[in-house]
Ligand binder design. Structure first.
Ligand code: S3P
Length: 450
């Protein structure tokens, strides 16, 4: 398989000091589109495919920088991986004990999922590894994974403050733990369960609220027993994974930009095809519907253990709501664009219980509030959320702080803005949504690079 050639050279784009988007006002979103593959499932397909016995054929793989960082890490540990070629990847699994020591630190770019899941997986290897990342990733909290791993007997050094680089000392004998997560985090849950594959005994996690369960589903799909009982997930170490084909659905977190865009832009009628509808991910639909959005779920089906559907969204007058706190972990990546929906809604929207947003790729509460204020919206950040009064979006220059989801959220805001929105620091859109500009333009948003 020959790798896909990207229109923009990703490395060059990242090296460039400032990629800026200009989104011109007005327009409507129409037609049918398929957004790129699910990021969470793409990461896991490479990780578990590499550890499986046999060849894993992946289709719909996200060719974004984050999942490509995971792919490169496993290549560096001796796994033969063909592609990606138009979303197809072929992973020649080496089995749970077949990884080899990489010759240099594994650079994971902007990807928190790569770093936190790999920490768990590598804690039980016979060899040492070092995990590094970009400026944003190097500021993000890693104690949330190194602490439970230390309880299991892992030895991991962090920088002062519990951040990357992570130096993982191999050759440790890990013990099973029963870990009660202090925060709702699928990355922490997955990290502990992946370390549990290398433990003699039964490793369990208990989460304070439901979080995405792609790890549990894919492990099961590869024939590994995972006992899930409410908030509790347990697995016994020492089994093996059997390769199985993986069809990655379109990412609901990428679809979310278009769900909001079509809702706020009058005259919109857009069909989003083959969107992943895992119930641990659909909070954005519930929140938008509670705000009055017109979203129809068509042709629901199951593909390789994950629910999928087509989503038809038409414009609607949104109204402000108090976002139910139990929906927060089920929509955790969608708040940047949900804040834009709130800015276009009638009345007040109140978000609470979302302090995790402060430790994402950027502080998404502060950065979104700053940008919305520049655009003339009354957006008041709180320690764990935001209060937004719906209003009229003006125009101006906002800074995404290198956060892909902030950049795309402000691009969608232009559909209802009085004038152009210029967005700074947009190169990282390629981490999750390569081809965003092209697809957004195709559906009716006047966005371009400046
Ligand atoms: C992810 C889990 C979430 C999410 C991230 C992807 C995953 O992070 O924000 O984009 O693939 O497990 P947390 O576990 O920190 O909530």
């Amino acid at each position: 398989m020959r790798p896909t050639q990207h229109y923009f050279d990703l490395k060059l784009m990242n090296a460039a000091s400032n990629i800026r988007f200009r989104a011109n006002p007005g327009g409507a979103l129409t037609g049918r589109i398929r957004v790129p593959g699910d990021k969470s499932i793409s990461h896991r397909s490479i990780m578990l495919g590499s550890l499986a016995e046999g060849v894993t054929e992946i289709s719909g793989f996200l060719e974004g920088e984050d999942s490509l960082a995971t792919l490169a890490a496993f290549r560096a540990m001796g796994v033969h991986i063909e592609g990606p070629y138009q979303g197809h990847v072929r992973v020649h699994g080496v089995g749970l004990h077949g990884l080899k020591a990489p010759s240099q630190p594994l650079y994971l770019g902007n990807s928190g999922t790569s770093m936190r899941l790999l920490a768990g997986l590598l804690a039980g290897q016979a060899f040492d590894t070092e995990l590094t990342g970009d400026v944003s990733l190097s500021k993000r909290p890693m104690r949330r994974v190194t602490e439970p791993l230390a309880n299991m007997g892992a030895r991991i050094d962090t920088a002062e403050g519990g951040t990357a680089p992570l130096k993982i000392h191999g050759g440790q004998t890990l013990q099973a733990i029963d870990y009660v997560l202090p925060m709702a985090s699928a990355q922490v849950k997955s990290c502990v369960l992946l370390a549990g594959l290398y433990v003699q005994g039964r490793t369990c996690t208990t989460e304070p609220a439901p979080t995405r369960d792609h790890t549990e589903r894919m492990l099961r799909g590869m024939g590994y027993r995972v006992d899930v009982n409410g908030a509790n997930a347990c697995l016994q170490g020492g089994g093996h994974l059997q390769a199985t084909p993986i069809d990655v659905p379109a990412d609901i977190s990428s679809a979310a930009f278009f769900l909001v865009g079509a809702s706020i832009a009058p005259g919109s009628d857009l069909l989003l095809e083959h969107v992943g509808m895992n119930p641990t991910r659909t909070g954005v639909i519930d929140i938008l519907r509670a705000m009055g959005a017109d979203i129809e779920v068509q042709n629901p089906r199951e593909v390789g253990g994950e629910p999928v559907a087509d989503l038809r969204v038409r414009s609607a007058q949104l109204r402000g709501i108090d976002i139910p706190p139990q929906l927060v972990p089920l929509a955790i990546d969608e708040f940047p664009v949900l804040f834009v929906a709130a800015a276009c809604a009638e009345g007040r929207t109140v978000l609470t219980g979302a302090e995790e947003l402060r430790v994402k790729e950027s502080d998404r509460i502060q950065v979104m509030a700053d940008g919305l204020k520049i655009l003339g919206i009354d957006a008041r950040p709180t320690p764990d959320g935001m209060v937004i009064e719906g209003g009229t979006l003006g125009q101006g220059q906002v800074d995404s702080h290198g956060d892909h989801r902030i950049a795309m959220a402000f691009a969608m805001a232009a559909l209802r803005a009085a004038g152009p929105i210029d967005i700074d620091d947009c190169a990282n859109v390629n981490t999750s949504f390569p081809g965003f500009i092209e697809l957004a333009r195709q559906s009716g948003l006047a966005v371009s690079l400046i």
